[in-house]
Design a protein around this ligand. Sequence first.
Ligand SMILES: [Zn+2]
Length: 246
Amino acid sequence: MAVTAEGWLLLGSAPFAGSFLGVLVWRLPADGTLWGRSRCPCCGHALAAWELVPLLSYAFQRARCRHCAGAIDPFHPLIEAAALAVAAWAVLLGPGEALLADCLLGWTLLALAWIDWETMLLPDALTLPLVLAGLAEGVLGGGTEVPERALGAALGWAGLAGLAWLWRRLRGIDALGGGDAKLLAAGGAWLGWTLLPSVLLIAALAGIASALVQSRGRGTGLRPLAFGPWLALAIWIARLHLGDAP
Ligand SMILES: [Zn+2]
């Protein structure tokens, strides 16, 4: 499949987007501040622009700070590469009708998945704007899809919030976080309500598979399963591969 100019532009921007996602993942759960200069965590030296080039700086500096020779956390090149992989998936395998929106959705889902995996949290600061962005895409597309997307957001939220409530009543445990319901609301806003059952099915299957893999390695000490990464993956797959979004 031929890559369009827009595709090349998005592929070229992806590592920079990944670098920003790194800031989100690092700072949103910690203190919520996103602005301020990037510094070496070892020596506090403020990093110059050429030390912040995604992927390349890490490679050329051989994973070491130029000042103190402290190790640079491989988290940075990893999330930059992951953002590139998201863009490549959309550009090479997706329908390509709304590439920019695809990538913005994919990158936000990547940040959410990463944060939930590490902290068991899905920050409102990302899920709620994602709901609005999904509705906005419907408005920009002429507005005919808006009812289906709004219903998707409402049903997505109500479905998981209701399930969590039921679980708490019956079993007395918090099986699902409130963030999961907001993430599925975002999924509904981007995909329309008709794709919600598929999203839940894919997320549940992927979550069960990952729980089985995790429990094989260590017999005890299973950590609670974060559902957000699987929801994010399912929304992404539905967006690119499950028919015409609404
Ligand atoms: Zn340093």
